[in-house]
Design a protein around this ligand. Sequence first.
Ligand code: NAG
Ligand code: NAG
Ligand code: NAG
Length: 495
Amino acid sequence: MFHLWNRNIKSVKLFFRFLFFQMATLIHTLADHNDDVNYCAFSSSCLATCSLDKTIRVYSLSNFAELPYSPLEGHAYAVHCCCFSPSGLVLASCSTDGTSVLWDTRDGRRLAVLEQPGASPVRVCRFSPEAAYLLAGAADGSVVLWNVQSMKLYRSGKVKGGSLMACAFSPNGNFFVTGSSSGDLTIWDDKMRCLYNEKAHDLGVTCCDISSHPVSDSENGCKYFQMASCGQDNHIKLWLILFADFLGVQLKYKCTLNGHSAPVLACAFSCDGQMIVSGSVDKCVIIYETSTGNTLHTLSQHTRYVTTCAFAPHSPLLATGSMDKTVHIWQLDLKQPCAGDTTENESKVAIEDWSEDDVSAWLCAQDLADFVGLFKMNNIDGKELLNLTKESLANELKIESLGLRSKVLQKIEELRMTMISVAVPDEFLCPITRELMNDPVIATDGYSYEREAMENWISNRRSSPMTNLPLHSLMLTPNRTLKMAISRWLETQQK
Ligand SMILES: *[C@@H]1O[C@H](CO)[C@@H](O)[C@H](O)[C@H]1NC(C)=O
Ligand SMILES: *[C@@H]1O[C@H](CO)[C@@H](O)[C@H](O)[C@H]1NC(C)=O
Ligand SMILES: *[C@@H]1O[C@H](CO)[C@@H](O)[C@H](O)[C@H]1NC(C)=O
């Protein structure tokens, strides 16, 4: 019985995952650098990119036009990393030339050149959330906090036995994390005292990011920061960091996100913490859903290593940069299926009615983007897709590899399965996620929600997702009647 339940949940989820599948559309390609793109970073109005070609380029997000003062020149060697201050008024860049440079983003004026002690190549830089400090990490393992007001060195430290490759500040600025080529993640407090060290990625850490949205643990009432790290071991790891005066700091491993077949060079959270994007030596970009670890998209348009990726803070844009010298800008169709939202209409197209483009989108979502051309050429729409067999894949589509034929067939089979569970009663769906509820709870607005979704919701705001009115209390009570009704319904579906 338990087994059946699980199986059913899975197939139902799969259906809804696809229903609310978000499109990622390539809307623009920047091809101005004449060497590897090393890094890209957003402010609320601009995108900055930096390159092995020694320059930084700055673009307006309104039309992707390069700003008049761009490119910014002055670094003597490759520019590894760049970042905006939280206000967007200052841009920092760092380089193999051993300096970090601060630029005024209004006119491109150089405000300061900060020389790393020992003149070691500077790999990463990051502003603290209040922009009081700039953190700069270098190839010799040195970590420096610069006071941005006085442009003076505030604190410095060093990691042992490796280059500094990654760093991220906590959203409140109380601590920061660094990652090194020796594979260690190190947590430091704002006075640069080393609090914690852990071996995280066997062959070296390449990047890390901390979500600006803490998650709360309902059992002990603690707030955790979510961190993603990635490395030469092809993995992305998710971590929870607890930082409390009375408990000190704890780093808890949560899970590993798989999908890349080569070292992962970049990872970043979306602004709301709900998605993670990664870029790899395998040339792919993968977008994951943080809560489940599911792959939402695999983007395979870059032709060489993907070195950097970033979500824009206030618009549904993603930028990915590569050693192919380009930066791709993707528009994410973030149709959050909220309660009362009419957009769910259009995604509820029955599979039989899918156009060839719908099939293409589905192929991409299944990690089968390589087949888009072939399926288009054969005019495969939804009806045709459901009709495909082992024989037609081999004889008509001429997919030679047995492994690939099986993979495609399996995905089609999963799709057929989802059609069985189309008619999920609406009251069984969480109004926030539009997924079948597993642990429904009643909020004080009188509506029932999936516990996890609602807890996430109220960790950021105190309004009802259904009515938008303030919630008088954040109490959540299990809706046992609903839970039983869902489990009964699932049993009948199984028959
Ligand atoms: C939703 O579907 C209904 C009925 O098919 C249609 O009348 C309505 O225009 C659709 N709304 C949107 C936003 O597509
Ligand atoms: C799908 O297969 C069925 C049964 O084999 C057939 O009747 C139908 O015409 C096929 N549909 C398409 C679109 O090929
Ligand atoms: C449980 O959920 C159902 C369906 O949303 C609702 O009709 C019912 O009133 C809820 N139970 C309680 C005690 O609120």
